[in-house]
Ligand binder design. Sequence first.
Ligand code: ZN
Length: 378
Amino acid sequence: MRRRGRTVKLRDVTAEPLRLIDHHCHGATTGDLDRTGFEALATESDRPPPAGCSTLDSQLGFALRRWCAPVLGLPPHVDGDAYLARRRELGAAEANRLLLRAAEVDAYLVDTGFNGARLLGPAEMASAAGTAAHEVVRLETVAEEQGEVTAEGFAEAYAESLARATARAVGVKSIVAYRHGLDFDPRRPTRREVVEAAGRWLRDGRPRIADPVLLRHLLWAGVDRGLPVQLHTGFGDPDLDLARCDPALLTGFLRATRDSGVPIMLLHCYPFHRQAGYLAQAFPHVYVDAGLALNHVGARAAAVLAESLELAPFHKVLYSSDAYGLAELHQLGAVLFRRAFAEVTGAWVRDGHWSAGDAARAGELIGSGNARRVYGLD
Ligand SMILES: [Zn+2]
């Protein structure tokens, strides 16, 4: 293929890092982590491993020791204790800086809705990484952080709160998968249903919103806001019920929003990434990523990425790390994605299925071009 006026082989092109925009991640933690704290952020489990065992004995742990250790000046595969000792010696701020910069990501889209106070916000991520960062606002958090509100005035108050909270945001995010499941009634709730549900919520002392009517109202208000709507789908921490996180359960909602002009971004998707790929092909406004999964499957990243490139058109697939807390995960996501993409598409080029030019073009779209276009980052 041609690049900068000279003919180069695909191998040379993959030596240059594929440009990436991480369209869904969280902030890196500002705290210095002990072994327990570090391991807790390297798993989706909310409980420690059995006595004498380590969370790092996993695909993610092995990949982290392989690819993050050199960024901190250690040999690849260094053991967990030596890694943690080096991390403490550098301090959290310097470890974050080194790892976020090593990721060589053009922009981070940061979900600020969960444990935001203990994590770097978008501006701090931008300065630590030396790159751009944008905010994605969580719909449920905005509702729960509203001031005084009445049942009758809930819908208007929420629309105003959301408009204020998203004034500079590039997208919104729903965690209806966690709070209820994706098997919700896809209809927009009626005004009367919203007033009744808000009344129940207020009488109960404003708990975490789990009422399906209110959750649907927040989601539809997110659609009305007009920004891309990210939806958690697939695996995550044990707060969710995996069987109810299959994105295919969203089919009714996708039909109902098909003509809204609002992009629906299906996050993570694993192990339902093939269902998600179908939805991305079938619905003009549906986009998918394999974020989170690539970090967790480590050495199997190429296999999962290849499956996520089966049915989804290449203008519908995005890169994300879904990194949370550990800057290692921002960096690892980028390394594993770039390696997996080069391995998978390199084999298709070698076998004569794809041209090198097509592989480079798909890489540009999936790595950063689709995110730029859908979120309007230019
Ligand atoms: Zn996330």
